[in-house]
Structures are given as C-alpha cells and as structure tokens.
Ligand binder design. Structure first.
Ligand code: URA
Ligand code: SF4
Length: 224
C-alpha cells in the first residue's frame, strides 16, 4: 500500500487538523471495509500516550478508541497503577478496524506488517504534536509499530526504554527536549506491556491484570 504519508497535513497543523485529515485516509485498503477512521483522543497535554493495536467493532461504530471492555479494563488498571486517567492520550497503531465477516459477525483480524507500516505516519504525527514524556505500548502490534518486528513484549515488558532511541526508525520521532510544552521534562521513554484484551482472554485474569498494573506502576513511578 502507498501509506498514510500523503494524507498528513504539514507539521504546523494541530492535532484537530490531523484528526480531520485522517478521516479521508486511504493509505492502505483497510478504510474500505471499516465504518470510519478511529483517531486518538484524550488530553493534548498528556505526559503519557498509550498506543493500542487497532479499533475493535465498537470503536469502529463509535469512532473513538478504547470505548469497549478493553478500554474499561485499561482505565481501571491505569487508575490502580496511580496514573491519572483524566490526563492520558490514547491512540492505536492502526486507525481502521481490520476484520473478516463470518455471517453477520465481524471478527477482529490482527493487522499485518504492511498495515502497521502504512499507518505509522499518523502515529509519528501524533507524537510530534503531543511530545509525550512516556509512551506505553499495549501488546505486540503496537510494540512492532514502534520498536520493530523483533521486539518481544513477553521478554521486555515493564522495562523503561529510551525513546526515541528504542524506536525502529528513531529519526522519524520527535525528541521532547526540543522546545515545547514539556521542554523541562527528562528525555522521553517507552514502556511495553500486554494488551488489555489479552488480560480479558487470559486463563487467570487476576494474575494477568496484576501484571498489567505492575507494568503501569513502573510508568507511574517514572513520571513521579
Ligand atoms: N483494542 C485496541 O487495541 N484499541 C482499541 O481502540 C480498542 C480495543
Ligand atoms: Fe490510512 Fe491507517 Fe486507515 Fe490504512 S489503516 S487507510 S493507513 S488510517
């Protein structure tokens, strides 16, 4: 696919302009079968940005990320970890719902590498506006979008990694120590953890949930 780059407004644009532009993205074929683009949302001055995989069925219908059960669980975990759920920005690595039809049901399909790469310019553009101090990647798809295909969440979850140096294409990612709203902040970092949907699917949900909260507590301490 050609990718999202040609749909991105110039660097000077605001996040709101970015969101509007994203409604018309045709950077890969996923826009065709989805209802709408699901762009990031939240506090534009957030110190932490969460990156999920892609919108699910409900998100596709509502046009907002993490409005379903995974989002509810995520907000509870964020709260339990001591982060403020009111001051977050939440987005996805891929902005359209990839699915297949089984009868009337729309079954989630994990995005392929081509979709992740095609959609990454939106993520990079969001970071350029938000300049977060910390990026939390939720699950393997988001980790692959930022940290490359070789990154293993199971091995490196809960670790604070340098950012953007840890990114697969660090040259794409703006640094936060350039002048900006968080100019006084320490260098930005990345932390990977499991996806809240994986907690919902786990055999032992309590253990999986505690693992997520433990990882997010590392994030909370890094910002304290
Ligand atoms: N899962 C995601 O990764 N993102 C959403 O927006 C919803 C569920
Ligand atoms: Fe554009 Fe991303 Fe949607 Fe593909 S998934 S059409 S790149 S917004």
């Amino acid at each position: 696919p050609p990718g999202a780059q040609q749909f991105i407004p110039p660097q000077a644009g605001t996040l709101a302009e970015l969101r509007t532009a994203a409604t018309g993205c045709r950077g890969c074929e996923l826009y065709r079968d989805a209802t709408q683009t699901v762009f990031g949302r939240g506090d534009e001055r957030a110190r932490v940005v969460f990156v999920g995989e892609q919108p699910g069925d409900l998100e596709d219908q509502h046009g907002l990320p993490f409005v379903g059960p995974a989002g509810r669980l995520l907000r509870r975990a964020v709260d339990d970890a001591g982060l403020d759920p009111a001051h977050l920005y939440i987005t996805n690595a891929v902005k359209h719902f990839r699915h297949e039809l089984r009868g009337r049901r729309r079954i989630h399909q994990t995005p392929d590498r081509v979709h992740i790469v095609a959609c990454r310019p939106w993520l990079v553009a969001e970071f350029a506006r938000l300049r977060p101090e910390l990026v939390v990647v939720l699950g393997a798809t988001a980790a692959k979008a930022l940290l490359g295909p070789a990154f293993r969440v199971t091995r490196q979850r809960g670790e604070l990694l340098p950012w953007p140096a840890a990114a697969e294409h660090p040259e794409d990612f703006p640094r936060v120590d350039d002048a900006g709203p968080v100019a006084d902040a320490p260098a930005a970092r990345v932390l990977a953890t499991i996806h809240p949907s994986a907690v919902l699917r786990a055999d032992n949900q309590d253990v999986a949930y505690r693992g997520l909260v433990d990882d997010l507590t590392v994030a909370a301490r890094a910002l304290a």
